[in-house]
Design a protein around this ligand. Structure first.
Ligand code: P6P
Length: 335
């Protein structure tokens, strides 16, 4: 009988015995995360119809105006994941401090870090947005969780990925054994394996950067971006410029087609000398995914996964995508 394809739950169970998370707790964690994303996807789909758009009047820790859908996604994830019974704490891009699982709820040793709705400034324009997640394990033997438990290198992630709310809803994630993509079939409410074993081209033809900030870049950054626009580059012709302004959407397109996404440091805001993107909830999870797909990610000098954060919301410059493009950018940034 013609099946409907492999569901993400089947995929998790097939690989559960091959993974260090063989106890089923990891499968349960992913199951709850997927359920939360289905709820968020439902709200994103109807955002244009219900008065859920617009501002809540609040401002998040990043100083950005919080839109209702942002808030909604953040609350859904916190509420559901606190009840998953496998976490001891979480950290959200929208919350200043870590979020512990209350004592009256079941706990375990996993930590979850997420950006609940990245690209949210595009919500009103119906542009693709996404949820980025990073799954780690508490390694300290303290009986309680502290901020220190989150401030570890990206190499310690046990899993990472993102949900993309676009023309279709997708889940792309890795547990360190390659990258797989799943597409939500809304008719049955299941994520089905649609992109097995994703590998990103070793050199792309696309560069993604917001060139409005050229005047704020240092000389090395300008030289690096100019390389991708030059007919003298290793591709032998200028790369195409593609910039959506929604990290998950820009990242996903480059993952599939090849290319490089850059968000360099700039001199715009003295409070953000290392750029806008966050290490723990954006750069590190996407760096894990891209490396597992054969790509690379650096801050212009150092491998993203080797960076140890000093603060929960630490920001880093990000050069991520096809390996040869990132290597070239890192070489030029360091020259
Ligand atoms: P800019 C969205 O607000 C976001 O955090 C990322 O999704 C996106 O890549 C970036 O900011 C866009 O920033 O400064 O180019 O508008």
């Amino acid at each position: 009988m013609e099946g409907i394809g492999i569901t993400v739950t089947e995929h998790l169970l097939i690989h559960q015995k091959e993974s260090p998370m063989a106890t089923g707790r990891f499968t349960r964690l992913m199951g709850e995360l997927i359920f939360s994303a289905k709820i968020i996807a439902r709200e994103v789909r109807k955002a244009g119809l219900v008065d859920i758009l617009g501002l809540t009047g609040e401002v998040n820790v990043q100083g950005e105006a919080v839109r209702k859908l942002d808030d909604y996604a953040n609350n859904i994830l916190i509420y559901r994941m606190q009840r998953a019974g496998v976490l001891c704490a979480m950290a959200s891009e929208e919350n200043a401090d870590i979020i512990e699982v209350p004592d009256n709820l079941p706990k375990d040793e996993y930590l979850l870090i997420f950006d609940p709705l990245d690209g949210s400034s595009n919500i009103d324009a119906n542009v693709n947005i996404g949820t980025i997640f990073s799954i780690r394990k508490k390694t300290s033997d303290r009986p309680y969780v502290t901020l220190e438990d989150f401030l570890h290198k990206g190499t310690e992630q046990v899993a990472a990925g993102y949900f993309l709310y676009g023309s279709s809803t997708m889940l792309v994630y890795t547990t360190g054994n390659g990258v797989n993509g799943f597409t939500l079939d809304p008719s049955v409410g299941e994520f089905l394996l649609s992109h097995p074993d994703i590998k990103t081209p070793e050199r792309g033809k696309i560069y993604s950067v917001n060139e409005a900030y050229t005047c704020y870049w240092d000389e090395a950054t300008r030289r690096t971006v100019e390389y991708f626009k030059s007919p003298e580059n290793d591709l032998g012709k200028p790369y195409s410029s593609r910039y959506i302004g929604s990290l998950v959407a820009d990242f996903h397109r480059n993952l599939i087609y090849g290319g490089i996404f850059m968000y360099p440091a700039d001199k715009r805001d003295p409070a953000k000398p290392r750029g806008k993107l966050r290490l723990l909830c954006e750069a590190a999870p996407l760096a894990f995914v891209v490396e597992q797909a054969g790509g690379a990610a650096t801050d212009g000098k150092t491998r993203i996964l080797d960076l140890k954060p000093e603060r929960l919301h630490e920001r880093v410059p990000l050069f991520i995508g096809s390996r040869k493009d990132v290597e070239k950018a890192t070489e030029l940034m360091s020259s």
